[in-house]
Design a protein around this ligand. Structure first.
Ligand code: PGA
Length: 250
């Protein structure tokens, strides 16, 4: 059985380190007791402030970041560099999440070229990337061309031997977060991820699905052959929802 990956993207949650530890404990209990044949790996993309605290309290924790600076250090207030993350023992970051990309809601967000710089910086530190891609609107835009452009601009100049350090997450923007219209249907997920796999430069590329995944749809989506895992936002940072979601995967 191939191992699938779940990334819990906590976003700006939870509000205390105590709750963060409760969430990690739920995942840890599931990984130890409820995960037959270790078929699932669970990673947590946590706010910077918790990432530091968790790595100090439990240096072996596999914590990942939700974003990282495009700069390599210096006068950039509020930013965290690849070197700082790496020296804290953190070896992966999400890049290109729609909430950190340039948009009307986020005028200082990343343009495609910034996403590319961040990926190059992370790879040169031998770290891993979870690259988010996803169309804004499925009905109006040519979503296939949109995804193709996002992939090619993000990966420009990436060496072939580094491609296995990048995991992709298909996150249709209309299906994500508090303003989501709805989760993508299983048919839409299969159609999109099958298409994405045809445009990736490596046939080994792994693609997660993210957008309104919860305890009611997680298992069905995860069981789709073409889906290599899930990127879960809202349902991953609330102790009771997270517990119910993991239980639903039995
Ligand atoms: P959601 O977010 O699960 O809350 O829709 C997913 C994401 O933005 O990564």
């Amino acid at each position: 059985m191939k191992q699938k990956l779940i990334i819990a993207n906590w976003k700006e949650n939870p509000s205390s380190l105590e709750e963060a530890n409760s969430l990690l404990k739920i995942s840890g209990d599931f990984s130890r007791d409820g995960n037959s044949n270790s078929a699932l790996q669970i990673l947590h993309a946590v706010p910077y402030i918790f990432a530091g605290a968790i790595k100090i309290l439990k240096p072996d924790s596999q914590i990942i970041l939700q974003n990282i600076s495009k700069h390599t250090g210096g006068s950039h207030t509020g930013e965290i560099s690849v070197a700082q993350a790496s020296k804290m023992g953190i070896n992966m970051s999400i890049i290109g999440h729609s909430e950190t990309r340039l948009s009307p809601d986020n005028p200082h967000g990343d343009e495609d070229k910034d996403v590319n710089i961040k990926i190059q910086n992370i790879l040169s530190a031998n770290m891993l990337v979870c690259l988010c891609i996803g169309e804004y609107d499925r009905e109006v835009i040519d979503w296939k061309n949109f995804l193709k452009d996002q992939v090619s601009t993000a990966l420009a100049g990436v060496q072939k031997e580094n491609l296995d350090k990048i995991i992709f997450a298909y996150e249709p923007v209309w299906a994500i977060g508090e303003h989501a219209k709805r989760a993508a249907t299983r048919e839409e997920i299969v159609e999109s991820i099958e298409y994405i796999k045809t445009i990736l430069p490596s046939s080994e590329g792994k693609v997660l699905y993210g957008g309104s995944v919860d305890e009611n749809n997680a298992k069905d989506i995860l069981n789709l052959e073409v889906v290599d895992g899930l990127l879960i936002g809202r349902a991953s940072s609330d102790v009771s929802k997270w517990g119910r979601l993991l239980n639903s995967l039995h």
